[in-house]
Design a protein around this ligand. Structure first.
Ligand SMILES: NC(=O)c1ccc[n+]([C@@H]2O[C@H](COP(=O)([O-])OP(=O)(O)OC[C@H]3O[C@@H](n4cnc5c(N)ncnc54)[C@H](OP(=O)(O)O)[C@@H]3O)[C@@H](O)[C@H]2O)c1
Length: 225
């Protein structure tokens, strides 16, 4: 259980930018992705609760950020909050080729919130010494507990010496306060934007879940009781 600091902002922020999505974006980007000034960073599920923050944190680190989503509306939001470029995986005829055009020097950091075909397309474009944070696999979520089936990236990993690391936010819970303080500082300095998608009433919980799985949520999906 976590105590909510009412002075830190709206209490519901504890479920969004000051909660699991914020901590996931913060630690997976900064500790696994380790973006540097001038790096090219790709974020999948970019318009969602985690992705929108992950992209902004990489921008704060001085990197160039490319967001991938299946919604033009979400991608417009990403550009509004500072993402440099965006790609719609539903309308790009070849995501791998579109990425190659946008990242001729390759992708230095891949923040993967989806797995699946988007993962495969980015893995084909890794730069030497890239860092890949495996955060989510929503694109293959109906394949539980089956294996992910897709590209075997071993030759690309040998060529690039990239590091792929799975991520679980609770491994970083002992450093929660440090992350929350930095997130608060960025937010109060106007350097971190966030949007939530709030439905009202407990009867809307199943709908909220399905909206998220269909990609219809605009920002972090919450239900107000
Ligand atoms: N490892 C951890 O500790 C940890 C912690 C928190 C969250 N996560 C993971 O991080 C990811 C993002 O979480 P979130 O809370 O920010 O969720 P979210 O982005 O609000 O919702 C998931 C998004 O995934 C996209 N999506 C759905 N089906 C897809 C498909 N078949 N192919 C590609 N994209 C698809 C949709 O956006 P589009 O409109 O772009 O398709 C949808 O909005 C999730 O995979 C979640 O499980 C992991």
């Amino acid at each position: 259980m976590n105590k909510v600091d009412r002075d830190a902002g709206e209490p519901q922020a504890a479920l969004s930018w000051l909660g699991m999505p914020g901590l996931t974006a913060y630690f997976a980007m900064l500790e696994v992705g380790r973006p540097r000034p001038g790096d090219t960073v790709v974020v999948s599920a970019a318009g969602g609760g985690v992705g929108q923050l992950a992209g902004q944190i990489a921008k704060l680190a001085g990197s160039r950020v490319i967001g991938i989503s299946g919604s033009d509306e979400k991608l417009e939001w990403c550009r509004r909050i500072g993402f440099d470029e965006t790609l719609n995986y539903k309308t790009s005829p070849s995501l791998a080729e579109a990425l190659a055009r946008l990242c001729p020097e390759g992708v230095n950091v891949f923040f993967d919130g989806t797995g699946g075909a988007i993962h495969d397309a980015v893995m084909k474009n890794l730069a030497v010494a890239a860092r890949v944070a495996i955060v989510g696999r929503v694109a293959v979520a109906d394949n539980i507990p089956g294996d992910d089936i897709g590209l075997r990236a071993s030759s690309r990993l040998i060529q690039t010496r990239a590091v792929v690391q799975g991520f679980v936010v609770y491994d970083w819970w002992h450093r929660r306060e440090e992350a929350l303080q930095r997130l608060r500082n960025w937010r109060s300095a106007g350097r971190l934007q966030f949007r939530e998608d709030v439905l009202k009433g407990i009867e809307n919980v199943p709908d909220a879940f399905l909206r998220m799985m269909r990609g219809e949520n605009r920002g972090k999906q919450l239900v107000a009781l």
